[in-house]
Design a protein around this ligand. Structure first.
Ligand code: C2E
Ligand code: CA
Ligand code: CA
Length: 260
């Protein structure tokens, strides 16, 4: 590791201990009736000298150096604490948390998450863990045990960035996922590109056949939102609904969205 990377390693380790992160929450709504059903938790790091850092600046590094396990644990703890604070205000709010392929190699993870859930008085059914399609397919054999345990404990599992990896139908059938998230690449092109429309059609059919929830991310304008309303079962997420929001911003946004 270079000296710079040594610094980053130490910084990230310290950040995990001192919880220098701030979680942002991007709303997810039903397309049929615009009900707010959940949020995706997205991490930001307030670095003491570098300022605000987005996940792309440190998640890949954390994955390369193995610090991701500690980082994920910190994020889960912070997210659960916020979910518990919001319990009385947003009773049914689902939390979707991103995890990495290395996280699902740890046989301790399901028990740890379950314990944290109990400590915060939360029901597992309000929690979804998102793994990218690429991560799922690379490590499926070794991660299947952890994924199955999470599923058995009542947590939901989602395949993120769906359509960008190389899932085989057989693997999809074997894996205990209950949600597909169509990658924003397809959502973005929906209005202009017939192939993107066909891909969304296929995802809708696949999700229905496999009894999975379908989320479309990356909805950036009203026309795309309206186009997608032809599939009332889809849950939508994207800048047009709301950007990732801080805790305070989410509370304000929730009231204004409800007022329409
Ligand atoms: P992702 O899981 O695909 O998360 C969605 C990313 O798309 C977020 O970027 C979000 O800000 C952005 N986004 C949301 N709506 C729109 C839209 O309408 N248009 C466009 N162009 N972009 C949109 P962000 O927060 O920078 O996160 C980037 C990636 O970092 C995430 O991609 C995820 O893979 C990873 N990540 C974020 N938080 C965590 C975390 O807590 N743990 C782990 N392991 N990874 C995380
Ligand atoms: Ca995600
Ligand atoms: Ca995604």
């Amino acid at each position: 590791m270079s000296t710079d990377n040594n610094h980053l390693y130490d910084d990230l380790l310290r950040a995990c201990i001192h919880k220098e992160f701030e979680l942002y929450y991007q709303p997810q709504v039903t397309l049929a009736d615009r009900m707010v059903v959940g949020v995706e938790v997205l991490v930001r790091w307030h670095h003491p000298t570098l300022g605000l850092l987005y996940p792309d600046a440190f998640i890949p590094f954390a994955e390369e150096t193995g610090l991701i396990t500690q980082l994920t644990e910190t994020i889960i703890k912070m997210a659960f604490a916020q979910r518990a604070l919001w319990e009385s205000q947003f009773t049914q709010l689902h939390f979707s948390i991103n995890i990495s392929s290395q996280d699902v190699l740890s046989l301790f993870l399901p028990n740890l998450i379950e314990e944290l859930c109990e400590q915060n008085g939360m029901q597992p059914s309000f929690l979804t863990f998102e793994l990218t399609e690429t991560a799922v397919m690379q490590e499926l054999t070794s991660s299947l045990e952890v994924l199955n345990r999470l599923k058995m404990k009542g947590f939901h599992l989602s395949i993120d960035d769906f359509g960008t990896g190389y899932s085989s139908l057989a693997k999809l059938y074997d894996a205990p996922f209950d949600e597909l998230k169509i990658d924003r690449r397809f959502t973005k092109d929906l209005l202009a590109n017939h192939q993107a429309q066909t891909i969304v059609d296929i995802c809708v059919m696949l999700a229905k056949a496999l009894d999975m929830t379908l989320v479309a991310e990356g909805i950036e304008d009203e026309q795309t939102f309206e186009y997608l309303q032809r599939y009332p079962e889809i849950i939508g997420q994207g800048y047009w609904i709301a950007k990732p929001l801080s805790r305070e911003q989410f509370e304000q946004w929730f009231d204004s969205w409800k007022r329409g």
